[in-house]
Design a protein around this ligand. Structure first.
Ligand SMILES: NC(=O)c1ccc[n+]([C@@H]2O[C@H](COP(=O)([O-])OP(=O)(O)OC[C@H]3O[C@@H](n4cnc5c(N)ncnc54)[C@H](O)[C@@H]3O)[C@@H](O)[C@H]2O)c1
Length: 250
């Protein structure tokens, strides 16, 4: 165990799986007490058990990021179990392909509800507790698809681009009040979210990655760890691309 997050209390949405589980695992290894908030209770319990198996401190709370009451209950649970909240990671997200012709209004609304409104509700609900800590951090997970276009993911692009600028607004809103807000833009990373991606999309994405391959969840977790730690005490409103050089080629 190292201690780069000693004293931190983190709530990580979507922490049961993929990038969220990697961040929860690394945060706990670095001394944070971690709450995983997710819809997937069984997987969340498994992730918590794995973290505890390494000697880390973790708990699970059922969280639907689209629902204010669910956020309020999750934040209340973190505060009641761990005594406060210093760190919020808005990581939960969904993806489905579809350009303007293929996407439905229902698909659009679902994507915006989880990926965009979920981030707004997370920040809004957590801020009162984060302000109390006096030295807090929010890490929002956007996507390279929040920065660049593709022909087949209209709702995802919209939702992730919104996260980019919401984060900057929040960074300015809280700049003098002890909450730093930063955004990570993953490229393509091996996680279950890509299960529905078409082989054509997969091949096209890999062909555009200068390093020639997709990334691992821990690649994202290490960037998140930095932004959540006091090493980043002068960093707010920043954009961290973790993408195998992809954005440099755009
Ligand atoms: N994997 C990639 O290549 C990639 C690239 C760019 C951005 N991202 C972003 O990273 C984040 C994590 O994705 P991942 O790749 O780990 O996917 P994942 O599917 O493995 O994990 C996403 C998690 O979010 C949870 N979730 C979904 N809807 C939820 C809701 N309403 N309330 C609470 N939890 C909910 C899921 O249950 C799941 O555990 C997402 O925001 C995603 O858009 C991923």
């Amino acid at each position: 165990m190292a201690n780069r997050l000693a004293g931190k209390i983190a709530l990580i949405s979507g922490g049961a799986s993929g990038l969220g589980a990697a961040q929860a695992t690394l945060y706990a290894r670095e001394g944070a007490r971690v709450f995983i908030g997710d819809l997937q209770e069984e997987l969340g319990a498994q992730t918590v058990a794995a973290i505890r198996g390494e000697g880390g401190q973790a708990q699970f709370v059922r969280l639907d990021v689209t629902d204010t009451a669910s956020w309020q209950a999750a934040v209340a649970r973190v505060v009641s179990d761990f005594g406060g909240l210093t760190t919020l990671v808005n990581n939960a997200g969904i993806f489905h392909p579809g350009g303007i012709e293929a996407e439905t209004e229902q698909g659009w609304s679902q994507m915006i509800a989880v990926n965009q409104t979920g981030v707004f509700l997370g920040m809004k609900t957590a801020v009162p507790e984060l302000l109390k800590s006096g030295n807090a951090a929010i890490v929002n997970i956007s996507s390279l698809f929040g920065l660049i276009g593709s022909p087949d993911a209209i709702s995802y692009h919209a939702s992730k681009a919104a996260v980019r600028v919401m984060s900057k607004g929040a960074a300015l809103e809280f700049a003098k009040r002890g909450i730093r807000v930063n955004t990570i833009f993953p490229g393509q990373i091996r996680t279950p979210i890509l299960a529905d991606i078409t082989p054509e999309q997969d091949a096209a994405i890999k062909a555009g990655i200068p390093m020639g391959d997709v990334g691992d969840p821990m690649d994202i977790a290490h960037g998140s760890l930095y932004l959540a730690s006091d090493e980043a005490k002068y960093v707010s409103g920043a954009e961290l691309w973790i993408d195998g050089g992809w954005y440099a080629a755009c």
